[in-house]
Ligand binder design. Structure first.
Ligand code: TIU
Length: 229
């Protein structure tokens, strides 16, 4: 059985039994003041637009039994897994591991590294800790997905042009069918968000296809009259 979802550049068929929702880095460090995102000079409030659509999509996927996996970008407390190049691109005094209002910046176990309360994983959902931008780099994500027979990935989260894009490209190269609900992604830069999504669906869908939360929810039969538009 497959469901067909309206998307750009063309409708996409997903098999719910072989599908998963992968939510990228919806962490306090990126979405709340005082974390890594703000340390890089960004207005973190811009990312909040993705929260409500993401929450609705997560809820709908759970309701139909599609697994929801969550990634977190972050590092070991001893910083053994931070290479000098990544540190070199941080602001002086606000590098990975430095102390901030939400604990040590981008370090596992600190308050800022945690998921935002609105999109917290349910017990039993897979959490993938990743040291890089892509969710496949130096993680066991591919093993988890292949072991579960997952071939179709719905990928969303933050930021559109950085960790979402890197992960979409990695997934595409590994043979996964990729669908991105654009309203469940966000960037600190409006233009990068728009162009990032356009880059996915351009050239006949060079990395995947782009849709919306509601299009996915409708196709899976999860939206009732009276739900959010
Ligand atoms: N800076 C930025 O836009 N993003 C990141 O550093 N990581 C993620 O996108 N998660």
């Amino acid at each position: 059985m497959t469901v067909t979802i309206d998307a750009e550049p063309a409708a996409v068929s997903l098999d719910p039994a072989r599908s998963a929702l992968l939510v990228i880095d919806m962490q306090r460090d990126f979405l709340e003041p005082g974390g890594f995102g703000e340390s890089l000079g960004n207005n973190v409030a811009k990312l909040r637009a993705a929260i409500a659509p993401c929450a609705r999509l997560m809820q709908a996927m759970r309701a139909v039994g599609v697994p929801v996996l969550h990634t977190r970008e972050g590092h070991r407390p001893g910083l053994e897994d931070v290479h000098p190049e990544k540190q070199a691109r941080c602001a002086p005094g606000r590098k990975i591991g430095d102390s901030g209002p939400m604990g040590r910046i981008l370090v596992r176990g600190e308050a800022g590294h945690d998921f935002i309360a609105e999109l917290y994983p349910l017990p039993g959902e897979s959490v993938i800790d990743k040291p890089g931008k892509g969710a496949f780099y130096a993680t066991d994500l591919d093993l988890l997905l292949r072991s579960a027979g997952i071939e179709h990935l719905i990928i969303c989260g933050v930021t559109t042009e950085v960790c979402v894009h890197t992960t979409v490209r990695e997934a595409n190269d590994r043979g996964y069918r990729v669908l991105v609900p654009g309203d469940c992604c966000a960037s600190y830069f409006d233009e990068f968000h728009r162009v990032g999504l356009a880059m996915i669906s351009a050239q006949g869908g060079i990395f995947g296809a782009v849709t919306t939360a509601n299009a996915i929810i409708d196709a899976f039969g999860g939206r009732q009259n009276g739900d959010d538009a």
